[in-house]
Design a protein around this ligand. Structure first.
Ligand code: SF4
Length: 246
């Protein structure tokens, strides 16, 4: 029941409803100390992008770049994603919401030199933190969910297999969302074969844009990109993407 003097949430426009729900959720998680990862983080990575975006990206872990900058998908991987989206006529800020499954860096002290390295989060750390991302997915209500890294698929789709067994596969998530399991872009940009891996990655986004054109028009006709008249036009084949490897 609405309190006296307040509008019931359902009478507000969808954008405003989403903003209110997300700010309430972000406030609830605030300076979270639900697990020990709060002790060494520089930033907790909440999320970035449009709350009405038809595409939502969930990274499994918080990278060192994210922790340093305070934003998800920071660093060369994020640059690659933004570059590809732009090439497809999409706008990263308008058409994607990005967040992390585990919102704080998982550091591990090296036994060799004492420096801090990154490790995978434990089962308990993911279980406690994934509650936030599940609520974020309900608010964003995407038609396409991109899950980067094994743990995002393990904990959101319930698939315990190694990522190599299902990377590139699409599955349903709920009643009106499809989810793609994929390797995170930062990993793709390492090594001598990064250029050929970037081309493969571009093709995954091409497939995503086709699906967005079909499913997004059915499930998210309110999304700003459709209001702006975006339609899928296959771009010319790529040569070099022009994003430097890390
Ligand atoms: S990892 Fe998640 S649950 Fe743990 S402190 Fe950070 S935000 Fe809280």
């Amino acid at each position: 029941m609405a309190l006296s003097g307040q509008l019931p949430l359902v009478s507000l426009p969808p954008q405003m409803q989403a903003e209110l729900r997300m700010s309430g959720l972000a406030g609830h998680w605030g300076a979270c100390n639900r697990c020990g990862l709060c002790q060494r983080r520089r930033h907790m990575i909440w999320g970035a992008g449009s709350l009405r975006a038809p595409i939502m990206i969930v990274n499994s872990t918080t990278s060192g770049y994210d922790n340093q900058n305070g934003t998800p998908l920071a660093g060369p991987g994020g640059e690659l994603v933004a570059h590809i989206l732009t090439r497809l006529g999409l706008n990263p800020a308008r058409d994607c919401y990005v967040t992390n499954l585990v919102k704080c860096l998982c550091p591990k002290k090296s036994e060799e030199d004492g420096t801090l390295r990154r490790r995978l989060p434990t089962h308990d750390e993911v279980e406690v933190c994934k509650v936030a991302v599940e609520e974020q997915i309900k608010i964003i209500d995407p038609c396409i969910l991109i899950l980067y890294g094994q743990q995002a698929s393990r904990y959101l789709l319930g698939d315990p297999r190694p990522l190599a067994k299902f990377a590139g596969h699409w599955r349903t998530y709920g009643k009106r969302c499809v989810a793609l399991s994929a390797y995170g872009p930062n990993g793709l940009m390492m090594g001598d074969d990064s250029v050929s891996k970037q081309a493969t990655y571009f093709n995954l986004w091409l497939e995503t844009a086709e699906k967005l054109n079909l499913l997004g028009r059915m499930w998210r006709p309110d999304a700003q990109l459709f209001q702006d008249g975006w339609a899928f036009n296959p771009p010319a084949p790529i040569g070099q993407l022009g994003v430097s490897a890390c």
